[in-house]
Design a binder for this molecule. Structure first.
Ligand SMILES: Nc1nc2c(c(=O)[nH]1)N(C=O)[C@@H](CNc1ccc(C(=O)N[C@@H](CCC(=O)O)C(=O)O)cc1)CN2
Ligand SMILES: Nc1nc2c(ncn2[C@@H]2O[C@H](COP(=O)(O)OP(=O)(O)OP(=O)(O)O)[C@@H](O)[C@H]2O)c(=O)[nH]1
Ligand SMILES: [Mg+2]
Length: 455
């Protein structure tokens, strides 16, 4: 029998490994309530959503633990089904035994282990939250900075969804109005003016732009930005990585060609996760190892959101002229490039125009460099009030905006109103996909499979 969204499920909800307390969570149809409770805790009574201290016995009657047990009768639960939580001591072996006990004692009900994200998927399917909120649950757990956590919880509480829904409603209203007009074609133009249709469509486009702007920032908080350091050997790329990381991540020597492989390290700046990629210095070489390293440098440059080109301000090292050209051929179009003049402590003989002057050794100029980095990546100066968003949301918002703008163009060109209505319909559909109103099963599967088990 294949897995269904109706199967009763069980999983350890807390992190793998030891912990003070560990939770085994069950979600099942309300029809099974009496059966489940009686099978696991015979003769015990339950007050909904109240803590009970009950013994947990395995299938042979052996005591496994004394646990806090919570019963949430459906639909007033996290999943919208009935939920039972067994909050036991947080040992991985013990928790596994409790899960096995549930499978054994409730065998007649055909419990199975929950898939990753399956509790939250049920919450979504049962209308407890929309898709953007469900995604925010996972983003909250994965948040790597306080700003990211704040943004995720804002999305979880529905801030993002509300704004998407509001614009969606505006657009639906416009479409309804225009579709009504289609029935009286001779009055089309009056209709447009009377309903202030164009103004209202423009207002919808502006509202969409506002949401998109916030979402772009929110996505950066979630996914971070990737910064690749490139330059000639010995200009101090690895030294800069170490300075930004605040630890000795990469080997630094005065031998040109020290770094052979790509070295990655995550830091956070103002709550924004930044992946710094240190690379092999670029120069003409016959050394097979070094040239492999340089290939990797170019590949890292091609994936970067921002490229930092390091040069030696003290004038000791001069780039081979092909270096920058070679890099630029691999960088994606429109990727910002910042020139960084390092070794300011050893003299400022060569500082290209617009370069950020630093010393990886004394750490002078690093703060300015961090800010320049964020600015180049388009990160606003504050992350206050942001909600979390994903690439998927950006794509949908951009598509919606495109359709609304297309509708405006169509109207200006005096084309048929049915084209106008059709563009608005497509815009509304794109917004609906953010909330999961029209999301195909395989996309849902992909989204929830990235969650942790037990969530
Ligand atoms: N022990 C435990 N802690 C947890 C969770 C959980 O499921 N169990 N959560 C998630 O994993 C989060 C809390 N989210 C939750 C959201 C709704 C409901 C719930 O039962 N809602 C019902 C009843 C509300 C009420 O009692 O007033 C409802 O909305 O109808 C529970 C947890 C974080 N902490
Ligand atoms: N005076 C001074 N020396 C520096 C500075 N940054 C790096 N150096 C020195 O420059 C030399 C090369 O530094 P690395 O960080 O290994 O240079 P790299 O660019 O990673 O070199 P490759 O890995 O060979 O491409 C080392 O001797 C560093 O101590 C700086 O800001 N000031
Ligand atoms: Mg290096």
């Amino acid at each position: 029998m294949s897995a269904s969204d109706k199967d009763p499920i069980v999983a350890v909800a807390t992190a793998a490994g030891r912990g003070g307390v560990g939770i085994v969570r069950l979600s099942f149809s309300k029809d099974f309530d009496a059966d489940v409770l009686e099978a696991l805790f015979p003769g015990r009574s339950f007050t909904p959503r109240h803590a009970h201290l009950y013994p947990v016995l395995d299938a042979s009657g052996e005591l496994l633990d004394e646990a806090i047990v919570l019963y949430f009768p459906g639909p007033s639960s996290y999943t919208g089904e009935s939920v039972l939580e067994i909050q036991a001591h947080g040992g991985p072996v013990l928790l596994r035994m409790i899960v096995r006990t549930v499978l054994e004692k409730c065998r007649h009900l055909h419990f199975r282990l929950a898939e990753p994200g399956e509790f939250t998927k049920r919450a979504f399917l049962n209308g407890r939250m929309d898709l953007a909120q469900a995604e925010a649950v996972s983003d909250l757990i994965d948040a790597v900075s306080e700003s990211a956590a704040h943004a995720a919880v804002r999305s979880l509480s529905g801030d993002f969804s509300d704004r998407v829904r509001d614009v969606g409603l505006q657009i639906d209203e416009l479409r309804a109005f225009v579709e009504a007009a289609l029935d009286f074609p001779e009055e089309e133009t009056d209709f447009l003016a009377e309903g202030h249709i164009l103004e209202r469509t423009r207002a919808a486009a502006d509202a969409l732009k506002g949401v998109l702007e916030n979402a772009v920032q929110g996505r950066v908080l979630r996914d971070g930005i990737s910064v690749t350091l490139v330059g000639s050997p010995n200009v101090g790329k690895s030294s800069l990585l170490n300075a930004l990381a605040g630890e000795e991540v990469a080997i630094v020597t005065d031998v040109a060609g020290t770094t052979r492989d790509r070295i990655e390290h995550w830091v956070t700046v103002r709550g924004v996760p930044i992946r710094i990629v240190d690379t092999a210095g670029l120069r003409r070489t016959d050394d097979i190892v070094e040239s492999k390293g340089i290939e990797r440098t170019l590949e890292a440059a091609s994936r970067a959101d921002v490229v930092l080109h390091l040069v030696d301000a003290s004038g000791g090292i001069v780039d081979e002229p092909e270096v920058l050209e070679l890099v630029m051929r691999h960088v994606r179009p429109r990727t910002p490039l910042i020139t960084v003049a390092n070794k300011a402590d050893a003299g400022c003989k060569v500082v290209p125009e617009g370069a950020v002057l630093i010393s990886a050794k004394t750490r002078d100029g690093l703060e300015a460099l961090r800010e320049a980095l964020l600015a180049a990546a388009g990160v606003a100066s504050t992350t206050d009030g942001l909600f979390m968003a994903r690439e998927r949301h950006l794509e949908a918002l951009r598509a919606a905006l495109e359709h609304v703008e297309c509708a405006l163009r169509v109207a200006h060109e005096g084309a048929m109103m049915d084209l106008f209505a059709e563009e608005l319909r497509l815009a509304g559909q794109a917004l609906g996909s953010i909330l999961g109103e029209t999301t195909p099963d395989d996309l849902l599967g992909m989204i929830f499979s990235k969650f942790c088990i037990g969530k």
